[in-house]
Design a protein around this ligand. Structure first.
Ligand code: MG
Length: 381
């Protein structure tokens, strides 16, 4: 009895010590530790611009491009390094210069450990009203470093079930019939093809018919706000519904909430908000106008807020998708940690670039897989 009491007493002491310094609990796990900042207990943030080279020219309703500007971040603390990333497709309104300008304003010296994710990200978010990708670059690095200190991946820390990850779609952008056919063949290892529509009727139908001439695989459609009239959009959705399409993303402008609600009420397919849904605060406004939301780390400032959006959307009985920009395996693997909660996933951004700099989340048989690598589950190549 005495022994048991002593044991409980010392267990209590350990718990109290842990509350004072959570990092100490995990101090035995040093295998992912490096000496990036010489083991200093000072949070050190560094960054470098990086251009992701696209495998194909990437075309959506309003733009075309061959590279995507990215800024890679590193956060060092107590000998650990966490990696983060800001990816900036042109329509997001951020550039490498604006991200770097933002990162220079961030003073992490006021925080004593990366475990203060809530306080750190509240501070970071309050620096400016926009810069969501730059904020995500800090948030992702924070989650990576904390997971590494704990020796666990975030899906496990959050208590998610790794067996419930969805298939990811593989994106086929707008292109000529010949290239679409080639891209569709390239997409054959994937269970879902995502097709970017929102051009004129002839082009949109050519895209879907061309894919259908190659495969009967499930298609997700993203109109990227391209359709201008709700009656036309609904007609297109009915046409798509007859061709094994299982959802439609952002059929019309993000500003046309009433038109979205009109379509959603009548649509045979789930209608998902992407451009209309940036952050947590947008979620309740979209209830009723869309069936669900597409969460992207670059839009919502990262993993902390994405986790909150999941809970809020679930409480509102809204359906969930996770998407990405053109990103390296860093941000893709971070998003994958949340994918277990999703009905749809579009995490193919790293597969569309030719010069990835991380080894991370693997797609097996079209399905997202999560392993036990700590943090966001990546290694630098
Ligand atoms: Mg989209």
């Amino acid at each position: 009895m005495t022994t048991r009491r002593n044991f409980l007493k010392s267990a209590g002491v350990i718990t109290a010590a842990t509350l004072i310094n959570p990092a100490r609990l995990f101090s035995q796990n040093r295998n992912s530790r490096t000496s990036a900042n010489g083991g200093s207990k000072k949070l050190t943030l560094t960054w470098r611009p990086y251009d992701a080279q696209m495998r194909h020219v990437f075309t959506i309703a309003n733009s075309s491009r061959t590279t995507t500007p990215i800024v890679l971040t590193e956060l060092a603390w107590d000998g650990y390094t966490g990696y983060g990333e800001a990816a900036m497709p042109p329509y997001l309104g951020e550039t490498q210069a604006s991200v770097i300008e933002f990162l220079k304003k961030v003073d992490l010296s006021r925080f004593s450990s990366p475990f203060e994710i809530q306080d750190i990200m509240t501070y970071v978010d309050n620096i400016t009203t926009n810069n969501t990708a730059a904020k995500a670059a800090i948030d992702i690095a924070l989650h990576d470093i904390v997971g590494k200190i704990m020796g666990e991946p975030w899906w496990k820390i959050w208590g998610f079930n790794a067996a419930t990850t969805p298939n990811t779609s593989f994106t086929v952008g707008l292109d000529t019939e010949e290239v679409v056919r080639e891209k569709t063949h390239e997409a054959s290892p994937y269970k879902v093809i995502k097709v970017k529509l929102g051009m004129d009727e002839k082009t949109d139908k050519m895209m879907v018919d061309t894919i259908r001439s190659v495969t009967n695989t499930t298609i997700c459609v993203d109109a990227n706000q391209g359709w201008k009239d709700k009656h036309y959009a609904l007609d297109m959705i009915h046409w798509l519904n007859e061709r094994n399409v299982n959802m439609i993303e952002q059929p019309m402008s993000k500003y046309l909430l009433e038109d979205a609600a009109w379509i959603t009420e009548r649509s045979p397919l789930p209608v998902i908000a992407d451009e209309a849904c940036q952050r947590l605060i947008d979620v309740p406004k979209l209830k009723g106008a869309y069936h669900g939301i597409n969460i992207k780390l670059m839009k919502c400032t990262g993993m902390r807020e994405a986790r909150e959006m999941i809970s809020l959307a679930k409480s509102l009985h809204m359906r969930l998708m996770i998407g990405c920009m053109t990103e390296t395996s860093c941000a893709i693997s971070a998003a994958a940690q949340l994918s277990t909660e999703m009905e749809w996933a579009d995490l193919d951004g790293n597969l569309l670039i030719a010069n990835d700099v991380f080894d991370g989340m693997k797609i097996v048989d079209g399905k997202i897989t999560l392993d036990n690598r700590p943090g966001i589950g990546i290694e630098k190549l």
